[in-house]
Design a protein around this ligand. Structure first.
Ligand code: CO
Length: 470
């Protein structure tokens, strides 16, 4: 019998980032993560995605945690596993374009604090918006992965994907990820897409998808058979629904085949046992809404990523307009077309989603355009695959001249100015970056941190003065 050539499929575990971002609004705390990372470190993951995306904002805003401190603690615990983050190109982790000096400094500090692999994407797939972050990652000897936001539409042919993949390889990226945030990639299309990409480039290809439309694990199966190198999965308690396929299920699927991961299912079971009570608690408190756990086949029709769905539900319920859910779902593809048919991923997903909500609620399209919608139509986010709807553009930006260059070319260096602005709060270099990304939220966090420290100092002084028994 012929020996089978082993080509173990590599796995990126997402439970510390995308999984809880997708299912429980990014509310997992560092304290909840730390007790299990010793076991996670023994699994043999290709990498653990644990930082970036919404975790940075959520840490500062809701959890009152320093995201940099989280990263350092995770780095300390993961001795053998590569740590991965998600990075929105020129937006970093925020919602506007930053100057190149801020982008480069953020990359430098991320790597210095423990990140190995930076997954960089742009919501419009405008690769000019990735150059600065990729160059910075290379300069710091990090692994620069470029993620292409997967989407459907007339412009998104196999030729489009092959062509852009080639450009990415030429840019010097270490690997490519197809980032299917909405779960739009169906199994046999994955065969075609991964096959085409493998033909086009030599660097490794990773696939990232969400379970939203119910096809994700089949899509992985076909992608693996077509030669994909790495897949993203989440431990079962925070898998499926708007999150990723379950790690244990994929591991078992490939057991005994040429793609066998070699992972220990008993170890995985112990890790799952650790996270399961967290899931139960989230279900009980309502943080995990059972609505996002089912199969939503409408995502294939409306191309709405998981996170966007849950945002929309809460936006509508705040306005007591839950009955407009399906009207908004119908408006989303219309807004998307008006804005040049971009992929729907942060922040384009929020921009399109919020504008669709406003268009429906106002009863007149673009009566109340958001600042971000105006920015897109002014070219401030970069180039879309298709042209904008000229009529809509005129209504929203009037006679203003849209820009066509790489947007960051118009932004002066801003790091020094930002540092000066926040000097009174600075306790570590990284604070400048927290402030650069979320000025208001960071300031509130810094004030909170200061108050905590003062409290500790007071207690210490009292203890030293013998006010408390030792
Ligand atoms: Co994702």
């Amino acid at each position: 019998m012929a020996e089978i050539t082993k080509k173990p499929i590599k796995i990126t575990e997402t439970i510390l980032r995308d999984a809880h971002q997708s299912l429980i609004a990014t509310r997992m705390t560092t304290e909840q993560m730390l007790p299990i990372i010793d076991k996670m470190d023994k699994v043999g993951y290709h990498s653990v995605e644990c930082w970036g995306g919404a975790t940075f904002d959520a840490s500062l805003r809701f959890l009152k945690e320093d995201p940099w401190e989280r990263l350092r603690k995770l780095r300390d615990g993961f001795k053998n596993t590569k740590l991965q983050m998600l990075f929105r190109g020129q937006n970093i982790l925020g919602y506007r374009h930053y100057a190149d000096d801020v982008v480069a400094y953020f990359v430098q500090k991320s790597i210095a604090n423990g990140i190995d692999i930076i997954r960089i994407f742009d919501c419009l797939n405008d690769i000019r918006n990735l150059e600065c972050a990729v160059n910075a990652a290379k300069a710091e000897k990090g692994h620069a992965q470029i993620a292409l936001s997967y989407t459907l539409g007339d412009a998104y042919t196999l030729e489009y994907w092959k062509d852009i993949a080639k450009k990415i390889e030429d840019m010097g990226a270490d690997s490519i990820c197809i980032k299917d945030m909405a779960g739009l990639l169906v199994p046999y299309k994955a065969t075609e897409l991964i096959g085409a990409l493998k033909d086009s480039v030599d660097i490794p290809i990773q696939l990232h998808t969400h379970y939203t439309s119910g096809v994700a694990s089949m899509t992985y199966l076909k992608a693996v058979e077509a030669g994909v190198d790495v897949i993203d999965t989440a431990m079962s308690p925070f898998a499926m629904g708007t999150s990723q396929p379950a790690t244990e299920v994929m591991v078992e699927t490939f057991k005994g085949t040429e793609y066998d991961t070699g992972f220990d299912q008993n170890l995985l079971a112990e890790i799952a046992d650790y996270f399961r009570p967290m899931r139960d608690e989230a279900l009980k408190s309502g943080l995990l809404n059972p609505k996002v756990m089912g199969v939503d086949i409408k995502t294939l029709l409306y191309q709405v990523p998981g996170g966007m769905l849950s945002n929309m539900v809460s936006q509508l319920s705040e306005m007591h307009a839950e009955d407009k859910y399906y009207d908004v779902l119908k408006e989303i593809p219309e807004v998307r077309k008006d804005l040049g048919e971009p992929p729907l991923v942060t922040p384009s997903s929020q921009i399109v989603g919020t504008q669709a909500v406003l268009n429906v609620i106002a009863g007149e399209r673009y009566k109340t355009p958001t600042k971000e919608c105006k920015a897109v139509l002014s070219g401030e986010y970069g180039q879309t695959v298709k042209p904008f709807n000229a009529e809509v553009q005129k209504k929203v930006i009037g006679d203003a001249e849209p820009i066509t260059c790489r947007p960051a070319d118009l932004i002066e260096p801003e790091l020094a100015k930002i540092e000066k602005e926040m000097a009174e709060w600075k306790q570590q270099d990284e604070d400048v970056l927290s402030y650069a990304l979320f000025p208001q939220v960071a300031k509130e966090f810094f004030a909170y941190r200061k108050a905590q420290q003062d409290k500790v100092d007071l207690t210490k002084a009292d203890t030293e003065n013998g006010a408390y028994p030792a």
